[in-house]
Design a protein around this ligand. Structure first.
Ligand SMILES: [Zn+2]
Length: 470
């Protein structure tokens, strides 16, 4: 009775909310939850004959979810929510759609704001996809959020899972370790890169073993902390790959990816194998990981494993750059210059952007850097590694968040190291900040410009993109 009431209330609320691109508004879900409570949400999740897949991680969530939805759309009707990170958004997605499979993006910043164990209990997912885990905002709602707590929150999403499959990045020791600790309870499908011609451009950072805390030893680095690693103390090492990039070929106009897979399919309860050769845009190595994550999740749950090769080929051979979510990094032509621009909120994202831009750089580069806020020194330090790796001929520093004072403080720490300029643009006058950032990119005297760092993806970056390139 209470469940029916909640469902009616939630469904009635759907048309009166403005749907964003991801359909991820949270109001109907919040109303449903308020009327029906936890039990009602459990019942709603249980309506799906197949079940739900949740995508989480620090970077790559939205892109992976988007690609996964694209793949499954060839097979069946799905309920979905992406670009929104709350349980209420997932609930809205469950209420809105029809179909027996749910695909939901879920972001977890810390335990207090994310309730990952509650989400697991109520949604009872058959699949959880981990893209990658790295240091992001160390401050959430004014409280310091240490990395080990953040990692613990991510782990809680699968800790009590008793059925289904965890799809996880084997090249990332943190996400790999989540799988290794759960392989007696559920099946684990690992994805990663097997082509060692892929390597990054950064100084090697030290990475702690997520199992015992010792310093990991890497024999190869693909991208930042993703690589081939082993712990000298506890023996943790990269698990064998179920789905992997066997070979990548870089061409002027596109990339060719050879991907092979041999993994457990949950729906047919059997192992399946496939191999595909895909021609994709030059979309950056981070999107190779997003491609692998989405293909692995798809191959794990599709009820039509015989069609994996044809469906994957169809989706990826027809991909253009429009699959990139709003505000995210892309490289575009502006007045004959190559300008890379978009969000790089955490150190890993800024490095990913730097690596992406690096494919295009063939001359002196100007770096327009938007800083983090107060109490985010760790992010600043990570950003600095990304800036250093690109050796900019000129550096422009602009506040990316609210505090101008802290932006100037960060600038003072690096102004001697680079030929640099500081622009104290205010947060309150966001329009002016956006206009100035556009002007700086448009009028840059350099042929290669990268503009990245902190700033809200839609409010700032997508606005800049709209003004500059659309
Ligand atoms: Zn260890």
């Amino acid at each position: 009775m209470r469940y029916d009431l909640a469902k009616i209330a939630g469904k009635l609320a759907i048309p009166i909310t403005k749907m964003g691109s991801g359909g991820g508004t949270s109001f109907p879900g919040a109303l449903f939850f308020k009327v029906g409570g936890e039990e009602a949400l459990k019942e709603l999740s249980g309506e799906l004959d197949i079940g739900s897949i949740i995508v989480t991680g620090t970077n790559g969530k939205t892109t992976t979810t988007t690609l996964l939805i694209e793949l499954f759309s060839n097979d069946l009707e799905i309920r979905r929510s992406y670009e929104s990170n709350t349980i209420n958004a997932i609930t809205t997605g469950l209420l809105k759609g029809e179909g027996d499979l749910g695909i939901f993006e879920y972001g977890i910043r810390d335990i207090k704001h994310g309730i990952p164990d509650t989400v697991q209990r109520l949604i009872d997912p058959i699949g959880v996809v981990y893209t990658t885990i790295s240091r992001e905002h160390t401050q959430v709602a004014g409280v310091k959020n240490p990395f080990n707590k953040y990692l613990e929150a991510k782990t809680l999403l699968t800790k009590n899972m008793k059925r289904g499959v965890i799809i996880t990045n084997a090249d990332d020791p943190r996400t790999a370790n989540i799988g290794l600790n759960k392989d007696s309870d559920v099946k684990i499908n690992y994805f990663g890169i097997a082509d060692e011609s892929v390597h990054d451009i950064f100084e090697d950072v030290t990475v702690e073993c997520p199992q015992c805390g010792a310093q990991l030893e890497y024999s190869h680095r693909f991208m930042n902390h993703r690589g081939i690693y082993k712990c000298p103390d506890c023996g943790l090492e990269r698990p064998p790959l179920n789905v992997y990039l066997k070979k990548i070929e870089f061409n002027d106009k596109n990339w060719i990816l050879d991907i092979e897979g041999n993994l457990f399919n949950y729906t047919v309860n059997d192992n399946v194998s496939f191999n595909v050769r895909l021609t994709v845009p030059q979309f950056g190595f981070h999107n190779v990981y997003n491609t692998l994550a989405s293909i692995t999740a798809y191959a794990t749950f599709t009820p039509y494993p015989e069609r994996i090769e044809s469906t994957v080929s169809k989706v990826f051979n027809n991909l253009d750059m429009s699959f990139i979510p709003p505000g995210r990094f892309e490289v575009v032509d502006v007045n004959g210059k190559k300008v890379g621009l978009g969000q790089g909120d955490n150190g890993d994202a800024a490095k990913i952007n730097g690596m992406f831009m690096n494919q295009y750089i063939d001359g002196p580069l100007e770096f327009i850097y938007t800083t983090p806020d107060v109490d985010e020194e760790e992010i600043f330090e990570d950003h600095l590694e990304a800036i250093r790796a690109l050796h900019p001929a000129h550096l422009i520093v602009v506040p990316g968040r609210e505090s101008i004072g802290i932006a100037e403080h960060y600038y003072n720490q690096i102004k001697e190291e680079f030929n640099s300029t500081f622009y104290p643009l205010s947060y309150e006058k966001m329009e002016e900040r956006i206009d100035k950032l556009c002007e700086l990119a448009e009028n840059s005297k350099y042929d290669y410009v990268i503009m990245t760092g902190c700033g809200e993806e839609q409010a700032m970056w997508e606005n800049i993109k709209q003004k500059l390139i659309r």
